[in-house]
Design a protein around this ligand. Structure first.
Ligand SMILES: [Zn+2]
Length: 103
């Protein structure tokens, strides 16, 4: 597993913010902006998006219409995404700490 804390390539700051864009042509695009110098740090085209604490509606909204199969499956899928997200986040924080890159 390779882990990096993203930093601004122009001023080396670790203070970053995310701008989210959603429209028909781009289901979800994330622009990472440096909070110090304002430069664009990175752009991500996101295939799956879990917004912690915002519930299933937020998650469904981020999905493509073609991915919607049945309301019954949404709950199970969402629960899995929620649990995985929390577990992965804790694991990543732990590993970052082991690698001396902790927050
Ligand atoms: Zn910067």
């Amino acid at each position: 597993m390779e882990l990096h804390r993203q930093r601004c390539q122009f001023c080396q700051s670790l203070e970053l913010g995310c701008i989210l864009r959603r429209d028909e042509a781009h289901p979800l695009t994330v622009y990472v902006r440096c909070a110090k110098c304002g430069e664009l740090v990175a752009r991500y085209k996101v295939g799956e998006y879990y917004h912690h604490g915002k519930g299933m509606e937020s998650w469904l909204k981020a999905m493509r219409p073609g991915d919607r199969e049945s309301a019954r499956n949404f709950r199970a899928d969402f629960d899995e995404v929620e649990n995985d997200s929390i577990e992965e986040y804790q694991e990543v924080l732990e590993k970052l700490g082991e690698q001396g890159k902790s927050y």
